[in-house]
Design a protein around this ligand. Structure first.
Ligand SMILES: NC(=O)c1ccc[n+]([C@@H]2O[C@H](COP(=O)([O-])OP(=O)(O)OC[C@H]3O[C@@H](n4cnc5c(N)ncnc54)[C@H](O)[C@@H]3O)[C@@H](O)[C@H]2O)c1
Ligand SMILES: N[C@@H](CCO)C(=O)O
Ligand code: NA
Length: 436
């Protein structure tokens, strides 16, 4: 049978990895897919750049639309990143009767509802496994293997760059800028690395995970987002004293009050498996009713780990060529007319335990005042410690761990505590999750 002809948009980190992987494992991939899969046309910004892959047999162009409009091509692989142009190209590819595979989480999180609608109208397949947690087959697992379960919550380390920075800064004592530059050199970071360190990339991925876990439309604008830039060594050290590590997590949860979506630094018990996930590795823990907790771990970024997911999607698309669209796995795991439109919980209603750190004057009665204000907001305290003052300083750090509270309670209590004359500056707040 004739090889499937693939058009590639972007020949950077993931594009190069995809070409290499398809070439190296061509025989095995053909035996699995039933047909060989060949990249025959590729677009890139610069034709004369040194490449990580051979481009023998691939027609190269700088014109992305030339590839999308090539009538020989059956599947377009979108690996340029960004959103507007990627969306235009994806919709055009679908209108041209092609299937699309993408690693672009911004594209799916922001425009997926529209893209999937168009794909359904035209009978196109859209693969996006590489968009969430790189090579880890988490979309496959949640969308297919867990279909018998009701998912309660899902929590994950889903940005490799941020996890790499946290691990190297706090456990290897390296500087932020130096570690970020290394993540960029290794091809882990987004074109705009603020997406990694400010939590936006993780929020794109969480948007997708929440949709396939709960059967809701993609709603990026409902995610509460915090990045890693305000985490400091002091908090990492105090967290360790309490038996926690600080990780940047994406969490979506469904309870009787509704669904919440959030991305933020989190204190996790050191014994919790996710606490040991370091460097560029990602891991997603899923709690479902029948199976209980499961953990999916692997490389969240990098050329070949991401290409592994791109190629898996290519093979799925080829295997589904002969299936009627209504018999394919639904894009968001649930049938499109069965998505739930229940409202998501607003931030003040989201529940978590808290780590609070404040600078208090070293004088009698301060702790009593602080605990009184927490009590008035109905916040119960799990632990409280007052550290020794640094020599010559008038203030002492006070660290408090609370039980689970609603966001509005903690905001109200912190605002009142910060007004006390005996408390200096702002209170550092980091959520605590035990994931049990
Ligand atoms: N790098 C990773 O580890 C990783 C992992 C998972 C997902 N992703 C996603 O994969 C996508 C690609 O990431 P990457 O790291 O390979 O990026 P990259 O910057 O290494 O490569 C991008 C490629 O697209 C080409 N390109 C961009 N704009 C173009 C234009 N207007 N015209 C022609 N060519 C253009 C560039 O020339 C380059 O070849 C992004 O959506 C990213 O979020 C990356
Ligand atoms: N920049 C992303 C790439 C993988 O999606 C990360 O660091 O996780
Ligand atoms: Na994946």
């Amino acid at each position: 049978m004739k090889a499937v002809k693939v058009g590639l948009l972007g020949l950077g980190t993931v594009g190069g990895g995809t070409v290499n992987l398809l070439a190296r494992n061509r025989d095995e991939i053909t035996r699995r897919a039933g047909r060989a899969i060949d990249v025959v046309h590729a677009a890139t910004r610069h034709l004369d750049r040194p490449r990580t892959c051979s481009t023998a047999g691939i027609r190269l162009t700088t014109d992305l639309f030339e590839v999308v409009d090539n009538p020989e091509i059956e599947i377009i692989v979108e690996l340029i990143g960004g959103e507007s142009l990627a969306k235009e190209l994806t919709l055009r590819a679908i209108d041209n009767g092609k299937h699309v595979v993408t690693a672009n989480k911004a594209l799916i999180a922001l425009h997926g509802n529209e893209i999937f609608r168009r794909a359904r109208d035209k009978g196109a397949s859209i693969g996006f496994e590489a968009a969430v947690a790189g090579g880890i087959p988490i979309i496959k697992a949640v969308r297919e293997a867990l279909v018998g379960n009701r998912i309660e919550w899902l929590a994950g380390i889903i940005n490799g760059t941020a996890n790499f920075i946290l691990s190297e800064m706090f456990y290897e004592s390296r500087e932020f800028g130096e570690v970020l530059a290394e993540a960029q050199r290794l091809g882990y970071a987004e074109a705009d690395p603020t997406f990694d360190v400010e939590g936006i990339d993780a929020a794109h991925k969480l948007t997708i995970l929440a949709s396939i876990a709960f059967g809701i439309p993609l709603q990026f604008d409902k995610v509460h987002i915090e990045g890693i830039t305000h985490i400091n060594r002091e908090d990492v050290a105090y967290a360790e004293e309490f038996g926690f590590r600080i990780k940047h997590l994406g969490i979506c949860r469904r309870d009787e009050r509704g669904i919440s979506l959030r991305v933020h630094p989190t204190l996790l018990p050191a014994r919790q498996l996710l606490s040991s996930v370091d460097g560029v590795m990602n891991a997603v823990m899923v709690k479902s009713d029948a199976l209980g907790p499961t953990l999916y771990y692997g490389a969240g970024a990098g050329a070949e780990p991401t290409a592994s997911a791109v190629v898996a999607d290519l093979v799925d698309v080829v295997r589904e060529f002969t299936l009627e669209p209504e018999n394919r796995v639904p894009f968001l795991a649930f049938q499109s007319d069965a998505l739930s439109h229940e409202p998501l919980l607003p931030l003040p209603e989201i529940e978590a335990a808290y780590y609070l750190r404040m600078q208090a004057m070293d004088q009698p009665g301060v702790l009593a005042e602080v605990t009184r204000l927490l009590g008035e907001a109905a916040i119960s305290i799990e632990a409280i410690i007052q550290k020794q003052p640094t020599p010559g300083a008038e203030e002492v750090p006070v660290i408090i761990l609370t039980h689970r509270v609603r966001e509005w309670q903690i905001q109200q209590a912190c605002a009142r505590i910060e007004q006390l004359d005996s408390i200096q500056g702002y209170i550092t707040r980091i959520r605590v999750e035990r994931l049990d």
